[in-house]
Write a protein that binds this ligand. Structure first.
Ligand code: ADP
Ligand code: MG
Length: 602
């Protein structure tokens, strides 16, 4: 039989590589801007027409290329930036693959002019289908001028796949912002369809942030600075009251390279715990410097994901740094639930007085037992819908109300309750006052709810009126696929669409109304974190992650009905004294303690 294996023609190989490197006009913008930075430019101009579909031009005053390099740079694996595999672990440049220009030239019409500082004339190169069509001397200022025209002109399927101009332009602006933030020392301008969108002179980081995002950010940020042997952190983080409901001003740079990391985002968010609403995002511009040997940047073709040798240390350093910065600026309250002594009451004076909290409730009551079980589970769902939608009118009617047994105990046990600092619920108990952390309490309730759902292998599902789609990274997509059977039990209806994309048709009924993709993204994020911290079996992990992600957060104002429901469900839990991860749900201040305080002061 004839041999059937052959090496692909170069243009085909380049087009295949372009599939990874050049996804859309913004990918070209990123590669060209990064090349200009690597060339040591101090002024970079970006000009696009029709969101980069017609032309993307990048003009720099960097070191330029001689006439031989001007040809060579379009070959595959042609780079001036690394020469051995050792260099991969000590990268100081943005590029290193030597793939970008070859890829771009295989899917667009490219023109380039370039001149070294010391040369009298420059080189002008025109390429079509990856081949050099023209190569002649030209006049120009020192530096390089790239024009990339009619992207994907030779691959109609990909050209048609491009989104509307404003979507593509948004991607370009995202890339531009990332590059410009990382290099405030370089002056940039950005013109789109003859309108100058940005003109940024060289300056410091704060000036660059203001240049990109507006003067009013000046008042809304505090400086971040932390130096350890392992890691240096600097930048700015948003004051809590400047947090917004929308993502958009969250930036991490590692060794001056923009990266995305839900793990590090979690570290920052957790430093804001109790300071901002659960649906708000703090702004941050965080730069981390660490030995390139401790990171592997080579993990993703477009290089926004990164692998750290020691993720956990970075997580903790980052969280502490942000907390410290907020604390230094008096933006974080000193009241800390972890330490009881922080309450004004001086417990240390008479430790023997402190007894375990005693709240009057029926400890034998099991809401999931026999007759009551069915009844209560139905309640649960309707009650929870209320909880989340805060619709007091839908409050369950008498007949749906919890069993008499509980109500009686309830009456005897806790009489008055109110919310305090939008974070705690203070209630009267038979023994004094109890202070309940609303967030931990609800986390415990949901956790037990999900545990029960697994035991009964069912939970009501709520169909989404408009199924939503979810696009994940490869790793997260694999993880989610693995969890799909279990998530079905909980009421999720998820369908795998393509490699990394999913359609969500339904979510657990008790969280109906929540944003389905956000619920799943949060679940995945928490699941991964739990896996790092402790080895849990997957059901346990899902229960904990779902509870943590979907519970009422500190800072949320609760209505009287919601407070009552929360307390009621809490005391129906099998174990309500601690959150699933073992943190105390409430503390008790005995009446005797309060009386003593008065005596001491009179
Ligand atoms: P990489 O950046 O990974 O090296 P590229 O394909 O992006 O690969 O670029 C290939 C080479 O072309 C670079 O290594 C660099 O030497 C040269 N080059 C590209 N753009 C410029 C520029 N704007 N100024 C000077 N040299 C450049
Ligand atoms: Mg490059």
């Amino acid at each position: 039989m004839q041999n059937i294996i052959h090496t692909l023609p170069e243009q085909v190989a380049n087009q295949i590589a372009a599939g990874e490197v050049v996804q859309r006009p913004s990918s070209v913008v990123k590669e060209l801007l990064e090349n200009s930075i690597d060339a040591g430019a101090s002024n970079i101009k970006l000009i696009v027409k029709d969101a980069g579909k017609t032309i993307i031009q990048v003009i720099d005053d960097g070191k330029g290329m001689n006439s031989a390099d001007a040809v060579k740079c379009f070959e595959r694996h042609a780079t001036s930036k690394i020469s051995s595999s050792d260099d991969l672990f000590a990268l100081t440049t943005k590029g290193f693959r030597g793939e970008a220009l070859a890829s771009i030239a295989s899917v667009a019409q490219v023109e380039m002019k370039t001149r070294l500082d010391n040369d009298e004339t420059g080189t002008y190169i025109v390429l079509e289908d990856g081949k050099i069509k023209l190569n002649e001397p030209c006049q120009l200022n020192k530096g390089t001028n790239f024009s990339v025209k009619n992207l994907f002109y030779n691959i109609p399927a990909r050209r048609n796949f491009l989104k509307e101009d404003n979507t593509e332009l948004k991607h370009i602006i995202d890339e531009f912002e990332r590059v410009a933030l990382a290099h405030p020392e370089i002056a940039f301008s950005f013109t789109s369809n003859n309108n100058e969108i940005f003109r940024l002179s060289s300056g410091n980081l704060m000036q660059r942030i203001i240049g990109l995002f507006g003067q009013n950010l000046n008042q809304k940020l505090v400086a971040l600075e932390e130096t350890t042997d392992y890691l240096q952190i600097h930048g700015f983080v948003g004051k809590p009251d400047a947090a917004r409901k929308k993502r958009g001003q969250q930036f991490f740079f590692v060794n001056n390279r923009f990266i995305k990391s839900s793990y590090l985002h979690h570290a920052v968010s957790s430093a804001y715990e109790n300071l901002i609403g659960s649906d708000e995002f703090p702004a941050y511009f965080i730069f981390m410097e660490l030995n390139p040997r401790c990171i592997d940047i080579n993990i993703h073709p477009t290089k926004t994901e990164i692998k750290f040798e020691d993720e956990k240390t970075i997580y903790h350093l980052l969280k502490t740094a942000v907390k410290r910065s907020l604390g230094k600026n008096n933006l974080a309250p000193s009241l800390d639930f972890e330490i009881e002594q922080n309450f004004e009451f001086d417990y240390s004076r008479d430790k023997s007085q402190i007894k375990a909290p005693e709240i009057k409730f029926n400890s034998n009551f099991n809401p999931f037992k026999g007759e009551v079980k069915q009844n209560n589970q139905n309640n649960w769902q309707s009650l929870y819908q209320n909880f989340l939608q805060t619709d007091a009118n839908d409050f369950p009617s008498e007949s749906n109300a919890p069993t008499l047994e509980i109500e009686q105990e309830w009456d005897k046990g806790i009489l008055n309750s109110f919310q305090f600092l939008n974070r705690f619920i203070v209630a009267e108990s038979s023994n004094g006052l109890i202070v309940i952390d609303q967030n931990r309490a609800h986390e415990r309730i949901l956790y037990e709810h999900y545990k029960t759902a697994f035991t009964h292998q069912s939970n009501a599902s709520q169909q989404e009126l408009f199924p939503s789609s979810l696009e994940l990274s490869v790793n997260d997509a694999v993880l989610l696929q693995g969890l799909m059977p279990e998530l079905n039990f909980l009421g999720f209806q998820i369908e795998l669409l393509g490699k990394n994309s999913f359609v969500i048709h339904g979510i657990p009924a008790e969280i109906a109304g929540m944003n389905a993709p956000e619920v799943l993204e949060g679940l995945i994020e928490n699941y991964k974190l739990n896996n790092l911290e402790a080895k849990l079996d997957s059901k346990e992990n899902i229960c904990r992650s779902m509870a943590k992600n979907n519970c009422i957060k500190s800072g949320k104002k609760l209505s009287e009905e919601e407070i009552n429901l929360l307390l009621e469900h809490l005391f129906q839990c099998e174990s309500f004294s601690h959150s699933p991860s073992g943190k105390p749900v409430f503390i008790e201040i005995p009446a005797g303690e309060i009386e003593k305080q008065f005596k001491r002061n009179s």
